[in-house]
Design a protein. Structure first.
Length: 404
């Protein structure tokens, strides 16, 4: 079926589970990010028209609308429909002015022109039941603690836990709670179990970008979304934010258990440095915990194998856009990187490329989704050395003729 995306298939799978009464409607609402009322609407569409009932015709984005259309909408609301709510205004635009746009597009336009003030959502705290199947929801968090009493500096334990089974797919001790460290834990979880539906985390800066309004604040384009948000979106894994420590009760209790049993097991084995502690954690303690505390009997699984061709190293990287200089170089992390000719282009001058920075210091340079060059950042931060052979090649007359 044309136009069907992975998101549509995921929506269909979750709603099918609801129709077959294997999960509840409120659980589907949480996994898909919809309200319970909208889940009811989607169920009716699915029952009536199958997968086609879930597909919606694409409507133009407010960012792509011509400026005169946006100004017309703002003028109509200000002069004629100033006391209408957004839905009522949307209906009038369709009926009277033949302007057919989605509710969210119209609301966004009104907010941009300061004609509509979004209402603050009330915080709702409630106890959440376990998911009925493994792989529907993974909780993830980090706990800073003095895991080895003889080591003065506190380290971070970053772990994931399956909401349905209490199984710990992966955990590791780190000196810092950084982006690359959290990426590694998510990646190892996927490699161990497969793709899951949703990740439940707190609002730490590496998961969620905090934006501040005002004319004096300049948010760089690289900060529009966090690197982890972008990576999970590529894998079609929904990111759900917890609003309080109590909301992450399962993993908070996990850390309590680790702070008790794990520390004592380290002492019994005479482990007093973190390299050995990590080896024991992954080789022995996590398997022990899963045998002792995870419960898998009678619980199905929705983990799916990673599709072929997916490079997790590229996905879980920090990505930055750069415009190539006239001499076929880009600057990154204080280093100048020379891009050699490739099968895609001889010269990349003035092209926009994507730099993928991997945790081990490796740099991938992508052009239109294709890897055109790979290099390692040098330890002293000055890895660039002019390649005279490439420079000579680029200055040849044959090269100039090719460009013409």
């Amino acid at each position: 079926m044309d136009g069907v995306t992975m998101k549509d298939i995921r929506k269909y799978e979750v709603l099918k589970e609801v129709l077959e009464k294997r999960i509840k409607g409120y659980q589907a609402a949480q996994l898909l990010g919809y309200s319970k009322v909208h889940i009811s609407r989607l169920k009716k569409r699915l029952q009536k028209n199958g997968l086609e009932g879930l597909l919606r015709p694409k409507k133009p984005s407010s960012k792509k609308l011509p400026i005169f259309v946006r100004e017309k909408i703002a003028r109509l609301y200000k002069e004629v429909y100033y006391d209408f709510n957004v839905m009522h205004f949307k209906d009038k635009l369709e009926e009277v002015h033949n302007i057919k746009l989605s509710y969210e597009t119209i609301r966004t336009i009104l907010v941009q022109y300061m004609l509509h003030k979004p209402k603050k959502k009330k915080k709702v705290y409630r106890r959440r039941r376990r998911m009925p199947k493994a792989g529907l929801l993974i909780q993830m968090d980090s706990s800073q603690h003095n895991w080895i009493p003889s080591v003065e500096q506190k380290w971070w334990l970053t772990a994931t836990i399956d909401d349905a089974t209490n199984e710990v797919p992966y955990a590791k001790l780190y000196l810092t709670d950084g982006v690359f460290n959290n990426m590694e834990v998510i990646r190892e979880t996927i490699e161990a179990k497969g793709l899951f539906y949703a990740l439940y985390v707190d609002k730490a800066s590496h998961f969620k970008t905090t934006r501040y309004g005002g004319v004096h604040v300049n948010v760089a384009p690289e900060q529009e979304d966090t690197h982890i948000e972008r990576a999970l979106e590529e894998l079609n894994i929904r990111l759900i934010w917890a609003h309080s420590p109590q909301a992450k009760g399962r993993i908070e209790r996990l850390f309590g258990l680790f702070q008790d049993r794990f520390i004592k097991e380290l002492r019994l084995r005479g482990i007093n440095e973190y390299t050995e502690a990590n080896k024991y954690l992954q080789d022995e303690f996590i398997p022990y915990y899963n045998r002792r505390f995870a419960h898998k009997e009678g619980i199905g699984s929705v983990y799916t194998p990673l599709p072929e061709g997916i490079n997790l190293e590229l996905i879980f990287s920090k990505r930055f856009e750069r415009t190539v200089n006239f001499d076929n170089t880009v600057k990154f992390q204080g280093e100048i990187i020379q891009i050699p000719p490739s099968k895609h282009r001889i010269s990349f001058a003035k092209c926009v490329v994507e730099i993928c920075w991997v945790s081990n210091g490796k740099i991938y340079i992508l052009y239109k989704g294709n890897v055109i060059y790979t290099v390692n950042l040098s330890q002293n931060g000055k890895s660039y050395k002019l390649n005279r052979e490439i420079d000579g090649f680029l200055n040849q007359r044959e090269y100039e003729k090719v460009l013409v």
